[in-house]
Write a protein that binds this ligand. Structure first.
Ligand SMILES: Cc1cc2nc3c(=O)[nH]c(=O)nc-3n(C[C@H](O)[C@H](O)[C@H](O)COP(=O)(O)OP(=O)(O)OC[C@H]3O[C@@H](n4cnc5c(N)ncnc54)[C@H](O)[C@@H]3O)c2cc1C
Length: 431
């Protein structure tokens, strides 16, 4: 946090740490404002959580990631290594404070605040993506054709109806579909499925990684530089920030911390605040031989995973595992997704040449990201988008660009665009 003398020539106006969906969309927006932008990532761009997510523009998911049932699920989470929710014994002491905060956020007032904050982003997310992709000739990468949540057990019907009514209360567009409606829209799904909720204001991308690489190319054309470097530390300087990487020291007027689940340490160095950022590890199994099975993404209510049709095959994705950033992946959890899919289609899915993957969702216990400008405008923050980082990346970039423009002019956020108020996403909510 200490200031030090500035060096002669900065490397950029703004250094973005992290080339995931959030960092890349923001870098492009900042470059379009005329800033010189340098993006640093320890990997090739887009190889973090943004690579393997389920590709679902999940604007319907306006409720926090957990509800009170997480308390009763805790023993099962510890015992069952293949369950949809998994807590590694070894990680229990580190996970407990985070889980405790998650539970506190289930009280009525914070819960309502979380829902309002998620909604304010989600309601603007699809339009923000459509604007962004149109601007890079990438509109074809997003199919805004809706998504479906199916159920198969009669006893789940009441749960589905309760969810439908809670969603309607939040103005989420939703239709109740019966078995026939499902068969008409997705005839390959099993006719044992009893019904579901269709969300018309959602969609999916053809391949999240292709979305990132398309944006990286557009950002490069806009003058953004990308370097593969690991950021080891950051500190404020009189003129801005200094960023130490494995390749040396870099200087800029501002830094944007957008390195997903790895953002807490750098944020603490710059701001002195320890944010309760943890990771909910998730898995996918990519089935490259499966095309044309589904017209849109389909989630199973009981089996708790999603299947998304992509140009590279069918992606089965989901599960939540609390095991931190260091433990090796348990790819058995990815293969489990194929077993879970059995019975959802009239004929089983072909898992030939399938590839498993694990990624780190960056999660804060109130299910809201941090989007902010702090330290006299020298530090921008955009991380913690948990299960919704694809959905919310484009609107987050618009917010970040608006904050940077305000830093340039010395005024408050300035956009004439319909942006959500920033208050729910501020760093200061963590004391
Ligand atoms: C299985 C799964 C399914 C998901 N499904 C969906 C979905 O359907 N819809 C949705 O909206 N969201 C979904 N998500 C969530 C979404 O993928 C994430 O919220 C989003 O990708 C986060 O983007 P990000 O840019 O913040 O982080 P990331 O994509 O993780 O990018 C962070 C980058 O920072 C880099 N980095 C980290 N530390 C350093 C360092 N010290 N120096 C330099 N670089 C560093 C990393 O290499 C990485 O490239 C899913 C996630 C998972 C795991």
């Amino acid at each position: 946090m200490s200031d030090s003398p500035p060096s002669a020539s900065p490397d950029a106006d703004i250094i973005v740490v992290g080339a995931g969906l959030v960092g890349v969309t923001s870098a492009l927006a900042l470059a379009r404002q005329g800033h010189q932008v340098l993006v640093l990532d320890k990997q090739e761009p887009g190889r973090g959580a943004s690579y393997g997510n389920a590709g679902h523009m999940a604007t319907e998911q306006v409720f926090p990631i957990a509800d009170a049932s997480i308390l009763t699920s805790l023993p099962g989470m510890l015992m069952d290594p293949m369950g949809p929710l998994r807590l590694d014994w070894k990680y229990l002491p580190r996970a407990l404070p985070w889980l405790a905060r998650l539970v506190l956020n289930l009280r009525p007032t914070p819960f309502r605040q979380s829902v309002a904050g998620i909604r304010a982003l989600n309601e603007r997310s699809l339009a923000a993506w459509q604007r962004l992709l149109a601007s890079v000739d990438g509109s074809h990468l997003l199919k805004a054709d809706g998504s479906l949540l199916v159920y198969e057990k009669p006893e789940s019907h009441a749960r589905l109806e309760a969810l439908e009514s809670r969603m309607r209360e939040q103005q989420v567009p939703v239709e109740l579909w019966d078995r026939e409606a499902i068969q008409r829209a997705a005839p390959q799904l099993s006719d044992a499925l009893l019904g579901g909720l269709f969300f018309p204001a959602t969609g999916h991308v053809l391949d999240p990684w292709r979305v990132v690489t398309t944006l990286v190319e557009a950002a490069r054309r806009q003058g953004v530089r990308f370097e593969q470097e690991t950021v080891q530390s950051t500190r404020l300087t009189a003129k801005g920030v200094a960023v130490t990487t494995n390749a040396g020291e870099r200087e800029a007027g501002q830094v944007l911390i957008a390195c997903g689940a790895h953002s807490a340490a750098l944020t603490a160095q710059l701001t002195g605040k320890r944010v309760p950022l943890d990771t909910e590890r998730g898995y996918h199994l990519m089935l490259p031989r499966e095309h044309e099975r589904l017209p849109f993404a389909v989630t199973s209510l009981e089996r708790r995973f999603i299947m998304t049709p992509m140009e590279i095959g069918l992606r089965l994705a989901g599960t939540v595992e609390f095991a931190g950033l260091e433990a090796p992946p348990n790819m058995g959890r990815a293969w489990q997704l194929h077993r879970l899919s059995r019975g959802l289609f009239k004929t089983d899915l072909d898992a030939g040449d399938a590839t498993p993957w694990m990624g780190f969702r960056p999660s804060l216990p109130d299910s809201l990201p941090i989007i902010d400008r702090v330290c006299d405008g020298r530090v921008l923050l955009a991380f913690g988008h948990h299960h919704l980082g694809l959905t919310q990346a484009a609107i987050t970039a618009e917010l970040i660009a608006d904050l940077a423009a305000a830093a340039d002019s010395g005024a408050g956020p300035s956009s004439t665009r319909d942006l959500p108020p920033l208050a729910p996403y501020r760093l200061a909510r963590f004391g």
